[in-house]
Design a protein around this ligand. Sequence first.
Ligand SMILES: Cc1cc2nc3c(=O)[nH]c(=O)nc-3n(C[C@H](O)[C@H](O)[C@H](O)COP(=O)(O)OP(=O)(O)OC[C@H]3O[C@@H](n4cnc5c(N)ncnc54)[C@H](O)[C@@H]3O)c2cc1C
Length: 484
Amino acid sequence: MLTIAADILILGGGASGLLAAYAAAREGASVIVLEKMPRPGRKIMITGKGRCNFTNVKPWDAFSRHIRTKANFLRPAFYNLPPEVMLDFLEAQRLPVVVEHGDRAFPSSYKASDVVDALVGAARRAGAQIQTEAEVTDVLRDPADGSFVVSCRDGRTFSGLRLVVATGGLSYPRTGSTGDGYRWARQSGHRLVECFPSLTALVPKGYKLTEVAPTVGQVAAKVLSGYDPGQARKATPWQEEAPVLPPGYPQPAGHLDRALPLSEFGRSLCGIHLRNVALTLVVNGNEVRSETGELDFTDGGIEGPVGFALSRDAVKAIVNGGKVRLLLDLKPGVPPEELQARLKSLWAEIQKDPRSRSGTIRSLLKVLLGKLMPWELVAPFLQSAPAILSGRKDNVRIDFSALAQALTAWPFDVAGFVGYERCVVTAGGVSTDDVLPKTLESRLVKGMYFCGEVLDIDADTGGYNLQCAFSTGYLAGLSAAKSL
Ligand SMILES: Cc1cc2nc3c(=O)[nH]c(=O)nc-3n(C[C@H](O)[C@H](O)[C@H](O)COP(=O)(O)OP(=O)(O)OC[C@H]3O[C@@H](n4cnc5c(N)ncnc54)[C@H](O)[C@@H]3O)c2cc1C
């Protein structure tokens, strides 16, 4: 079969690959993007719950605090395409944008598909060719002229003077990101920082009916060993609501498949949304980090902004064999004495109320708790804090000190975490020590560039991850074209 030649081959047509294509084609290079899915930008479609929080407009100093890996590596890419330029770029593609609280930017249509259309349109108009259903299986170097020869599963072959690897991480494999780029990076001598899921649900002990992943091949050792991405190709068409992983998909130790059924305890909590609570991560008995904000109990476990914010450190600790506990504070910022006094005065009010006359202590305690938390939370809270009631059957008393303690430090031992089937980003990847920050060219293989999530880069929620992908994609494409 004929080999199709271009100056630059870009592997992956996601956020970083599309920006790389745009930047390289604008420099006048001939560019081919090879994308395995039927359409490019599949993952972008599900970002921000379909609304696409495409960047965060904080200046570098504040932005970089949300990068959870070596932030300095990103600095040149960030300044080359900072968030405000990304805003202008999209507006120039006739996509109006809005900036919301927390400096988070969205398309004003709140449609992720509009962002995909804008990126694909910009890359194509700049002259890049996007080949879809082109799943790259092998990457070789031609010893005669140093060009890269890329084979696709359907037999097509392509050659390029430069190669940009933009294949993303391992999360949400149904979007096409199945970690293929790690293999080519490793084959060509690059170091891989061990991968693990980040921005994911943490599963409390007893939350799921069974805490043993039933069908998914759980790989307890190194994440990527023995994984054949070719198997992922046979997966049924992508569906947001069917997070079933292809057989043999790598998952680190501690992974609990999202599809595991909920226990009664899990069902009693699932669906509850809490505002203005604090969550503290405790690893091996030591408090690691606290976050205040919103929390969701879902079919996965504990997530929402504060859950996600702690998930990276929690997952890492579990993967390394640590004991992880979360402490939920339902009344953050209220000093213990003040809380106890408030509880006692609420209790006095309830007891005075004529409607309380026929109530038992237990039923009146529920009334008290209903004033302090969403009603649905009362039953699971009581189940988790039996020490609140003391004394014999005919003389039950409320221990206000135990109640205050339970309200401010409700403990959840963590049994595991939801894995790549539903995590937002992959932590780990191609070591940034093997890549030049100013160009994103490999230090080991001349002409090979890396960008986006395939690199050991991950950040908090809030638009930071997409901006990292856009900035690194743009710089990799530009550098590859300039080097021709
Ligand atoms: C549910 C969800 C919500 C998110 N929401 C946000 C958000 O609101 N804001 C934010 O900043 N970030 C968000 N993210 C993270 C963000 O989407 C990613 O960090 C970003 O898309 C990474 O870009 P990328 O180009 O590196 O990889 P991807 O976007 O994953 O693109 C990689 C591409 O490479 C292709 N590919 C892989 N292997 C091959 C192969 N062998 N041959 C050919 N093509 C291949 C894939 O099909 C894919 O299209 C979210 C992620 C998820 C999962």
